[in-house]
Design a protein around this ligand. Structure first.
Ligand code: MTE
Ligand code: MO
Length: 375
């Protein structure tokens, strides 16, 4: 069993798949803290977790216009240490809502394939500088990452990001060795993972083994033939993956986490408290979350919106929000709807039908739940 060496996991993580291990925490636990505890952070592995020791760990750095480097963990820790708050979200978060429209290929994620943490490590731009990288002097356009996790044909997990994101210090791409102040747990990339702030989870390569500066995007399956969007009518007979760009920055999204869909709640003095998260890619800050309790006829902004202090265009973390909603006298149910607005004034699409795609990615329609009211 190639998965026999996988780490133990918290019992609260609900697996969507056990081998490879993929799991999300219960939605209600997500809103308990701005920084998701490491043991509850969602896990998305495509392959067995590699066994890497601190002493043996090596990172290869190579490619267009740079000198080849081999770095140990010690070498990486000698570079200036940088800490950021950053959410990581799977491209398939909230996929299960798309599945209700029409089947899609992919893990049946609920709305908790996203979590938020602080990450510390060396900046990728500092590592590239150490390798003699000079932007004026190169035809490179991408930076590729390879994991130390291998598929059955010995190909590593891989992804790439545009060169500008990698070399701009304000892009804050990290080779992270700490998550919420402790060494990164095995499931999340021990001892080094790339954190690409504002960019889809898939490019945040765990167990980083190699960095390649190149003219081409990563040739990996996950860059080329996965994690791309399509029109609702494109099916598996007509799809051409070469025609769509790979997802990088994610669109604005929000979700109601507590209470859960279909729950029966007892108002306290006629009030029910509703909590959730909101997030946007590309460092766009959440500026407002709108809530409706009558299925979208009337809206108001939630009164409490919390995030770390980072501002657009470096707001890499998520926001948690709380709304105290008044339950009309005699109401038996509430149709709660939320949508978030980011600092570019982008908002979410109303209907999931209109954004359905065969891989079930970027499922960011208005989030809707129904609550039953106990008199
Ligand atoms: N990196 C490696 N090496 N192998 C993987 O399977 N999965 C990616 C990304 N990095 C993956 C990886 C995907 S699709 C996501 S959504 C995130 O890691 C999940 O990160 P997490 O498990 O820390 O939440
Ligand atoms: Mo993912």
């Amino acid at each position: 069993d190639p998965y026999a060496g996988d780490p133990r996991r918290h019992i609260a993580l609900k697996p969507a798949c056990k081998k490879p291990f993929n799991a999300e925490p219960p939605l209600a636990l997500l809103v308990d803290s701005l920084y998701t505890p490491n043991e509850l952070f969602y896990v998305r592995n495509h392959l067995p977790v590699p066994e890497v020791t601190e002493a043996e760990y090596e990172l290869e750095v190579e490619g267009k216009g740079i000198k080849q480097l081999t770095l140990t963990l010690k070498d990486i820790k000698k570079l200036p240490k940088h800490t950021i708050t950053c959410a990581v979200q799977c491209g398939g978060n909230r996929r299960s809502e798309m599945v209700k429209v029409k089947p899609v290929k992919g893990l049946n994620w609920g709305a908790a394939a996203i979590s938020n943490a602080t990450w510390s490590g060396a900046r990728l731009c500092d590592v590239l500088k150490q390798a003699g990288f000079d932007e004026k002097n190169t035809t490179a356009k991408h930076v590729q990452f390879e994991g130390l996790d291998l598929d059955p044909t010995s190909h590593p997990y891989g992804a790439s990001i545009p060169l500008w994101k990698a070399v701009d210090p304000r892009g804050e791409v990290l080779l992270a060795y700490e998550m919420n102040g402790v060494p990164i747990p095995r499931d999340h990339g021990f001892p080094i993972r790339v954190i690409v702030p504002g960019v889809v989870g898939a490019r945040n390569v765990k167990w980083l083994g190699r960095i390649i500066v190149s003219e081409e995007e990563s040739p990996s399956h996950w860059q080329q033939n996965d994690y791309k969007g399509f029109s609702p009518n494109v099916d598996w007979d007509t799809v051409d993956f070469s025609k769509s760009p790979a997802i990088q920055e994610m669109p604005v999204v929000s979700a109601i986490c507590s209470p859960g869909d279909g729950e029966t709640v007892k108002p306290d003095n006629g009030v029910v408290t509703i909590k959730g998260y909101a997030y946007s890619g590309g460092g766009r800050k959440i500026v407002r979350v709108d809530i409706s309790t009558d299925g979208g006829k009337n809206w108001r902004a939630v009164e409490s919106l919390n995030s770390d202090i980072a501002e657009h265009p470096q707001a890499w973390g998520w926001s948690l929000w709380t709304a105290d909603v008044q339950v009309p006298k005699g109401a038996e149910k509430l149709d709660v709807v939320v949508k978030a607005i980011d600092s570019n004034y982008n908002t979410q699409p109303e209907n999931v039908e209109h954004i359905w795609n065969l891989r079930g990615v970027m499922s960011n329609a208005y989030h809707k739940i129904t609550l039953n009211i106990k008199a």
